[in-house]
Design a protein around this ligand. Structure first.
Ligand SMILES: [Zn+2]
Length: 157
């Protein structure tokens, strides 16, 4: 059985060193680190890892990954800024390097003024063939409007 584990791990260390960002992949890596670090470290040093063990850990990683991209889990469903009920949207995960239009609101602006305006999820790199292609987000119509207004006000002339 072939596994993408070592490459993944390498990337995980890179992300850990470079400083975790806010992409889904970073959150996923953080979770993997938190819960599977010791086992992964042992596995990464094993030239002939047990296939059953590999499959098991891959399964647990896939499960964690799925949870990572369900951004509605554990949230109230009420926008903390606009105090209205939000819609749940099944949405695409954007993998790879993202080309974003500048300028972009910083994370503090986003958090305090329109935390639920994004209808897509920042994925990071593709971890495995089993990686989820879609995730779930809350979408607040007032946040969407506020983000649009911000973008318009900060448009480069
Ligand atoms: Zn809102």
């Amino acid at each position: 059985m072939k596994s993408s584990l070592p490459a993944c791990l390498l990337f995980a260390f890179f992300v850990a060193v470079a400083g975790a960002g806010e992409s889904g992949h970073d959150r996923y890596i953080a979770k993997v680190f938190e819960q599977l670090k010791d086992e992964l470290l042992v596995l990464s040093h094993d030239p002939n890892p047990n296939p059953g063990k590999l499959a098991d850990i891959q399964k647990r990683m896939d499960q964690l990954e799925k949870e990572t991209f369900d951004l509605t889990k554990g949230e109230s469903g009420i926008c903390p800024v606009h105090h209205i009920k939000m819609q749940i949207k099944e949405t695409q995960i954007a993998f790879g390097l993202l080309a974003v239009k500048e300028p972009q609101p910083d994370s503090k602006t986003r958090e305090t003024r329109f935390p639920f305006a994004r209808d897509w999820i920042v994925g990071g790199c593709i971890v495995s063939d089993g990686s989820p292609k879609t995730g779930k987000v809350f979408l607040c119509p007032k946040c969407v409007g506020a983000e649009k207004a911000w973008m318009k006000a900060h448009e480069e002339k």
